[in-house]
Design a binder for this molecule. Structure first.
Ligand SMILES: [Zn+2]
Length: 410
């Protein structure tokens, strides 16, 4: 096991298959070795653990013996705006799931509006708006995205700012920044230099967003554990095993804190632009730091998508955070309508009910994702039981204010 452990230098030769098999070797199994390890290799998942056989971590699905309250929250107590969803896709103008199908689920769980962050740009964006926003007013609103492929071209800064203005005319309610910026986008092709989050060529774009009243939904960075060595101490070991390309450790990737510092310089340079730092400001593991960031930058909000696993395992700290920043936190899930690779994001009634249970109840020790094994890490969560006043803000009032739109009419 240890010799298989990838170093930053050797990772390029490490295949996805290799990763998956490495992740399948549990700490328990690896620690036993010898004949026991061979028996372990031969055991079927059904036999695993029987009669003292070693057990693979990947098949371990312990059932909690706690007898604690289980509240079923079928519908949100107040109408919800999901500020973080991906219902249309670039280079596929036709939605993979028709919006009318999405609406059935939305109605079932009191989800009033989905903010579709990845609406694309140019003609694609126009097509997105046509099939979603215009076809179902106030149920879907879409954001546009920068055209990263042109970022190295001369004249890009003003061209991009103008494109944002055109998208606003076409119906954009904001601009989405994917982690492309800071982690993938390079000048001069795939081997070129990574473009920094605070690169000055984007200043005209950030300013345009402020001038046009378009909030920027910003995802830069990722969970802190994605920036550390993948070894037995990594709390997202299995998740990184399933998604090896999510590791940003080594190579020429900036350190986690460098990305956040560059992002903060953007917040500081553009005080008239409203930013929504997605995934709890990309540091749900450190709410004290997120709080300091919010104290420093009144133009910034945060959104909770795909991070209730972090918030819910520190329920007391989270409660204080929701209380203190109740006007700055937006509901979001990072929902995508299809796919099984990331259960914590799969759009459906189950997903929303887990979020509602987390926010509305004080239930203890429940799953943060609709999956047999917690997909982001092997822990469970505790509800924060927000008050009605804070729930209304988090569910829709804060989003309406940030978007400058009255979406909930009932
Ligand atoms: Zn997302």
């Amino acid at each position: 096991m240890r010799e298989k452990q990838p170093s930053s230098g050797g990772r390029s030769t490490w295949t996805r298959r290799g990763w998956l098999s490495a992740a399948g070797t549990s700490v328990v199994g690896a620690a036993i070795g010898g004949a026991d390890a061979r028996a372990h290799e031969q055991a079927t998942p059904q036999q695993a653990g029987e009669k003292g056989l070693p057990l693979r971590l990947t098949v371990f699905q312990p059932k909690s013996m706690l007898h604690v309250k289980e509240t079923s929250v079928q519908r949100a107590r107040f109408p919800v705006i999901d500020f973080h969803s991906h219902v249309s896709w670039r280079s596929a103008q036709r939605p993979r799931v028709p919006p009318s199908d999405l609406i059935k689920t939305m109605d079932a769980v009191n989800l009033h509006t989905m903010v579709n962050l990845t609406g694309g740009s140019g003609e694609e964006f126009v097509a997105t708006v046509k099939s979603f926003d215009r076809a179902f007013p106030r149920r879907f609103v879409s954001m546009t995205e920068p055209t990263w492929t042109r970022a190295s071209e001369p004249g890009y800064p003003t061209w991009q700012a103008d494109e944002i203005a055109k998208a606003k005319t076409a119906g954009a309610v904001g601009v989405k920044i994917l982690k492309t910026l800071g982690l993938y986008l390079r000048d001069g092709g795939p081997t070129g230099k990574l473009v920094r989050v605070d690169d000055q060529r984007f200043d005209p774009m950030w300013d345009a967003c402020g001038r046009l009243g378009l909030p920027v939904a910003m995802h830069v960075g990722d969970p802190e554990a994605f920036f550390t060595t993948i070894d037995r101490f990594n709390e997202r070991y299995e998740e990184l095993g399933a998604h090896p390309d999510w590791s940003f450790y080594g190579k020429d990737f900036p350190a986690f804190k460098e990305i956040l510092a560059a992002r903060d310089r953007v917040f500081a340079r553009h005080p008239k632009t409203t930013f929504v730092a997605l995934h709890v400001g990309h540091w749900a593991e450190n709410l004290a730091a997120v709080g300091e960031m919010l104290d420093k930058f009144p133009n910034v909000h945060v959104e909770i998508g795909a991070r209730i696993g972090e918030l819910g395992r520190q329920p007391r700290t989270s409660s204080r955070f929701f209380n203190k920043y109740q006007d700055r936190v937006l509901f979001g899930t990072d929902a995508i309508p299809l796919g099984i690779e990331t259960p914590q994001q799969v759009f459906g009634e189950d997903l929303y009910r887990i979020y509602y249970r987390f926010l509305e109840t004080e239930d203890e020790y429940f799953d943060y994702a609709p999956a047999p094994v917690p997909p982001q890490g092997r822990w469970r969560i505790y509800g924060v039981g927000l008050t009605d006043q804070i729930l209304r803000k988090v569910y829709h009032q804060n989003a309406e204010r940030v978007l400058g739109l009255k979406l909930i009419t009932a």
